[in-house]
Design a protein around this ligand. Structure first.
Ligand code: ZN
Length: 86
């Protein structure tokens, strides 16, 4: 799934949950997803920064959220409640 579009000028970010365009918004949230191959079998994990980081936002495994609501919904939908809020 493509969540970022490389178009001039600069990189455009879309919300990983609702698809909203970032534009000039500042209060977006950033997260990263990946699999822990060694410790947990076939279990994908997500790391939530709780803030925006422009440099790390362009990483291939980065997740972009327009709001904490979208972040929560995305995590619940993809990872379930067991990986959230503990
Ligand atoms: Zn959103």
């Amino acid at each position: 799934m493509v969540t970022t579009l490389k178009t001039a000028p600069g990189i455009e970010f879309l919300c990983s949950f609702c698809g909203k365009r970032k534009g000039d918004a500042k209060d977006w949230l950033l997260g990263f997803e990946g699999s822990k191959e060694k410790s947990i079998v076939m279990k994908y994990t997500v790391t939530l920064l709780g803030k925006w980081d422009e440099e790390r936002a362009s990483k291939p495994n980065a997740l972009h959220f327009c709001s904490s609501a979208c972040q929560n919904k995305y995590v619940c939908k993809n990872y379930g409640d067991d990986t959230w809020g503990t």
